[in-house]
Design a protein. Sequence first.
Length: 416
Amino acid sequence: MLTEINFDGIIGPSHNYAGLSRGNIASASNAGDVSQPRAAALQGIDKMRHNLALGLPQGIFMPLDRPDAPWLATLGTTQDDAEGHLRAQAWSASSMWAANAATVSPAPDSADGKCHLTVANLVTMPHRSHEWPGTLAQLRLAFADPAFVVHAPIPAPFGDEGAANHMRLCSGHHGQGVEIFVYGVGGGRFPARQHLDASKAIARHHRLDPARTLFIRQSDTAIQGGAFHNDVVAVANEHVLFTHETAFEDRAAAHAEIRAAFPAVEIVEVPASAVTLPDAIKSYLFNAQLVSLPDGGGMGLVLPTEAQAIPAVWNWLEAHVAGNGPIRRLLPVNVRQSMANGGGPACLRLRVVADPATVDPRFMADGAKLDHIAEVVEAHWPESIAPGDLASANLARDVRHARTALLAALDLSGLE
Ligand code: SUG
């Protein structure tokens, strides 16, 4: 039976604040802070426990091998000798944001009836541009069943950020959906990371029906305001599109196209007069997991605790729940360590609509497995990393060893 599985990236032991993401306000403003990898990973595990308790299927992705020595070697350098900015780029634990791992088209949307995944090239940001080989290896293992087709990345220079710029509308039972690719147009102070040519290439590879595939331009205002991915200002689930007023460049045309392609859509729009764009970005109101609660419980919004701290945001949400809106429950989770790098609850997961029986079981999680992962994290993840620590050969060794211990505990040593 097809169901939505959320695959969360386990927050890696090299998690640190190097301020690497231009256009990502949280990353820039926390640059130089001391990070807490252990607490970060435990926060991520708690989010997964929280979602499992709601009855939602949960999957996991492993952290990648960092610092990325083979990548530094391609640049003619090493962990010991690299210039500071390259070293930081080699250390980033950015694969935790699994929404950027791939674009996923569930089987009912594709002409060949398979679930297609294209690993994201992430070429806009140097520190993320070397994620895809490790991510691809993992996707090929997790989704080796013939129910899936896993595609290599779209070539540079066509930037692709995966599911963060992709939304899907469908009826409640995971029938054929409408896929919405949201692309940006460059030229501003902050980069537009998702290119239209990449989105179109993915739609072709995934054999999507052109009549049920939309390409919509992300608003320059949103990008220049700090919404470096569409999932910072919009999220969809089943027939609901939850979006900020400023998400799309041509709002009226975007809404009309969406309604034409999927007439049953319910667009829940938050006007800028109620929540300003800066407040939407600061609170990560839209970087939430909009989930269908089992047993007819309606939809819940798994959102960061930061959203509670901004009165305009929380007031809007409470009014929505008190009224007749489709979001029935507000479910705050604490992912502060990730949030400080611009990654909310939705960034930390990749949604895959599939039959869990077709997924390699090593990538599926239950309570006992999460407890086991938490033990490895407690034993091996560094408690803190200061920016100067990235030069430490000892820390580099400890961080590698921590990941190796996790892979061994989960019978995934083949990924080393
Ligand atoms: O790509 N932050 C990530 C956050 C990604 C959030 N994902 C989604 N919105 N789906 C990024 O900007 C910061 C890393 C640093 O600065 O060290 C970073 O890569």
